[in-house]
Structure formats: C-alpha cells, structure tokens
Design a protein around this ligand. Sequence first.
Ligand SMILES: Cc1cc2nc3c(=O)[nH]c(=O)nc-3n(C[C@H](O)[C@H](O)[C@H](O)COP(=O)(O)OP(=O)(O)OC[C@H]3O[C@@H](n4cnc5c(N)ncnc54)[C@H](O)[C@@H]3O)c2cc1C
Length: 346
Amino acid sequence: MSGLACALEFKKNGYTPVIFEKKSELGGCFTGIWLRMFTKHFCDPINYIKKTYSLDIQPLNRLNKIIMKFPNKQVYVSGNLGYIMNRTSDKGSLENQIAQQTNIEVSFNSDIKVEDIKNNFDYVIVASGTHTPAENLGLWTNTSIFHTKIAQVKSNFKPGVCTVWFNREYANHSFCYIIPKTSSVATLVQVLDGIPKDKHNLYWDKFLDMEELKYEILEIKDITHYSGFVYPMQVDNILFTGNAAGLTDDLIGIGAYNAVISGILAARSITHNLDYNAIMSPYRKDIIKIHEFRKALNTFDNHDFDMLASFIGAPIIKQMIYNNPFFKIRHAYPLARGYNWFRQYK
Ligand SMILES: Cc1cc2nc3c(=O)[nH]c(=O)nc-3n(C[C@H](O)[C@H](O)[C@H](O)COP(=O)(O)OP(=O)(O)OC[C@H]3O[C@@H](n4cnc5c(N)ncnc54)[C@H](O)[C@@H]3O)c2cc1C
C-alpha cells in the first residue's frame, strides 16, 4: 500500500516509477480498521489524506463500536472511532483503490532484492512490508514478533461493530478480534506473542472453545509479523516506507495510515528535495512512544487485564478518550512509562 501511494505521488509530479510486486495480485487477506486514536493527525484521517494529498479512499464502513472482552469483565466504547477498511484482493480493497488512481502497470511475480536493483535506479523505495531489507542494512531494531492466525468467517454480523478479546489463556499478552466486512462475512484474528509455533493451533482451538465461537471458516492463514524501529529511514538512494520502515505500532498493529503517508512523503522528499529522515521523525517517535504500552501489556496477567477493563470503562475516561477527537494514544505515553518504571522497581 505504501508503494502504491508512493507511485501515485511520483506520477503526479511527472516521474514514472516502476512497481515490483512479489505476488500475482494486489491486496491482502483481511478486513482492518483505522482507529482515530492511533492516527497522527487530529482531523478525520480520510479527509486529511484527501485534502492534503488528493488521494481518495473509500472505507467499507464507519467504526461505531468496539466491544472489549476481558477475562472477567466486558467494556464497550462507541462513537466516531474510525473506519473499517477492505484489505483483501477485492476490487474495492484499499490497495486496488490506490492502484486504480495510480494507473501504472504493476510488474507482478517479481520477488526483488534491494541489493540487486539499487544501482539500476535513481532511487529504490522499499515498501515490502517486511523487516529484512532494513535488517540487512543494519537499520532494524526488533521489538516484537507476533504470530497471527487470520480467518475469514461466515455468520451474522453488525457492520461497524468490532469485538476484541484479551485473555492470557489463549492470546498470551496479545489479543483476538473480529472485524465485519459485510453483515455475513468477517475477519477473525488471533495475535500471539511468545508462544512456540507447535502450540499455535492449540491456542486457536482454545480461543474458539472458551469464547464459544462457532463460525463457518471460509479461509485461514498464518502470518508472522515483525515490529521494530528503523533508523535512519533513508540511506543513500534507498528509502524505507510503511511496515518496512517500522511504522506499524506493536501495541495493536495499526500501520496502514502511516504506510500511505510515508509512501507519499518518500516520493515528495525526492521530488521536492526534502530530508526524508527529518519529515518521518515525528511518525517514528509516535511508534516508539506506543511501544511503551506494549512493554506494559507484556507484564500483564489476567487480573491486570480486568483492572485495565475497569480503568478504560470508567465514564470519565470514556468521555475524555473516545469522544475526544484531540486525544491520541501517544498523549498517554507518560502513564505507560510511569507504569513500566513502577513495575521495574516494585
Ligand atoms: C493480520 C494483520 C492485521 C492488520 N490489521 C491492521 C489494521 O486493522 N489496521 C491497520 O492500520 N493496520 C493493520 N495491519 C498492519 C498493516 O497491514 C500494515 O501496516 C500495512 O499493510 C503496511 O503497508 P506496507 O505498504 O508497508 O506493506 P504491505 O501492505 O504488506 O505491502 C507490501 C507488499 O510488498 C510485497 N513484497 C514483499 N516482499 C517483496 C519483494 N521482495 N519483492 C516485491 N514485492 C514484495 C508484498 O507481497 C506486498 O504486496 C495489520 C497487519 C496484519 C499482519
């Protein structure tokens, strides 16, 4: 997605990029969300991208409600929380929406190594969604590795309403969630950290069993996701964007908005001769701040998760956070840092 957004911006400025794609089609295998609390700018993320960069993105739905199920408590938040986005290979997916506006041919089935092409092009934008290109150049600091099981499931769903589950017994320090694509199809995801590979299926079965989820499973995939920091984000003629630049947070894995923006800014930094490392610095700093929350969650047991439920479910917190367009998760960073400091010396 960051690569396509980058290509679109190049084209607008009169440059013709070449797009290489490893797979045979665009798009992924899930329905995702854009959470306003996690996006950098204070205004509506879709409007921001449209007004600032003339990129038109259509969501599947507004995200109106999130139900959070903790081991012994349940909390819900509602309001203008963000958007539900199609990230499949459908025509309407975000990737295909951007590709249609780009109108540049994609060279499919091209598994590219940066080293092999860096001398053949003026610039190489690494938008591979993987950590290895930055790691190979010694620019990657790993923070977390998540194993995700992604299932497309069939049942009856309320569009615009997502559910998240937290429970050490089947998600360790991470979580599971469901996001409806339509009223009959949804993406059900389990995110696991620190559990050996041979136990993943056991944890998945435990999740379905404990939560009594009896959906018809249409498709299921396993993906390993690496989170980390990248610095610098440009070395010589190589620029890193999106997930390859470590721009997906490791608290809940939100990264699509940063992917689009970083792709556009990578192109702008070249067409307008700007310092890419400097313009990406605020985004990188946000990811580092959000990582403090991940560190806190990694110490939680089920009792702590229930305490968290009481905290985020308190009416004053609900009012201050979810219905406040000016509140961003990064603003609560001192709280997470203070908690981690306290835990360290307890
Ligand atoms: C299960 C899961 C759920 C997620 N849910 C959300 C969510 O709800 N909200 C959100 O904001 N973010 C979510 N994310 C994160 C989000 O998907 C990423 O932040 C975003 O896709 C990053 O975009 P990107 O352009 O950097 O990489 P990608 O979208 O991953 O695109 C990279 C592309 O590069 C191709 N490629 C890889 N290697 C090569 C190569 N060597 N040569 C050529 N092509 C190559 C890949 O095939 C792919 O098409 C989720 C991630 C996962 C794994």
